[in-house]
Design a protein around this ligand. Sequence first.
Ligand code: F2R
Ligand code: MG
Ligand code: MG
Length: 323
Amino acid sequence: GQVSTLSRFRGALVGAVLGDCIGGEFEGAEDVPFDRVLQHLSGLEDDTRGDGILQYSDDTAMMRCVSHSLLTRTGFDEQDMARRFAKEYSLAPGRGYGSGVVQVLRKLASPQLSDVFQPAQAQFGGRGSFGNGGAMRAAPFALAFKNAADVRRYSRLGAMLTHSCSLGYNGAVLQALAVHLSLQVISSSLLNLAEFPYCARLHKVKELMERNGASIEEVISELGNGIAALESVPTAIFCVLHCLEAREGLPEHYGGLERTIAYSLALGGDTDTIACMAGAIAGAHYGILAIPQSWQRSCEGAEEADQLAERLYKLYHLERPED
Ligand code: F2R
Ligand code: MG
Ligand code: MG
């Protein structure tokens, strides 16, 4: 049946949080056999096991800041967003942040700072970060702005608060545009989104899809599963497209969103972040009803993400002067 737009908004944000919480188990593992992934996921379905709640990491912590900032300011405000990142880090520094970005977050806390983009520009000897930290938190930009040009513009600026290298912020733009398109339609149009070097990776995504039976090893070697945006954003897009249909090794009763999260985990590497990004894109496509209730109950922040998505839905539909 038809998936409503509100359901897609809720699916996007809740899907992202679940990817982060569920994927955290395997972050840094080389690759993960399907039976370990399925064991982890079946544990979420068993309410009596009492594993407690899966905690979210930096991915969700920063995505919450992006959502709250866009909602409170009814649009993008770099000062406000930077302040929220810094405050969130100071209150909960143990959420597994990248080792470089913590220096930016500490500098952003300084009341003397006038240019909030400057700390990011000083990273890595002035080259800026190419990490996927801008991309992992980019989904709310697609939920706050209707127009693709705005999604592109503000997701880029939002990422540049911590990631000034073009690979870092363009990864965020690609992720935000992928969610933007998935709110309406999911198709090979996702593969025409980017410029070099991301377009070269998206060509590889297309080749792997055409091969149809690509192995996990081939996907890792051709697309990557690492902490760099270039080695994870196209990979997340591949996970979504690959899991549009049933896949060997995954239970037949799984729907597309469950397959996408499971497959993202099986790649190993930066599993929380790849599952978070793939979860956002897949959630925007399938909608909230495709996400098992038991998975939602198992994850810290899922309920709040659902509420934030409803508020972003209203912001998205707000008539703004420039519309
Ligand atoms: N940090 C992690 N995972 C590591 C293990 C954490 C563990 N679970 C724990 O609890 O301790 N995950 C999170 O970090 C990723 C997002 O990182 P972000 O925000 O992009 O950070 P950063 O520091 O800017 O970049 C990450 C690393 O990439 C390398 N790097 C980036 N730019 C570079 C450059 N220009 N030159 C050389 N190296 C560069 C550095 O090693 C950075 O530390 C997500 O996975 C999130 O989940
Ligand atoms: Mg993380
Ligand atoms: Mg990660």
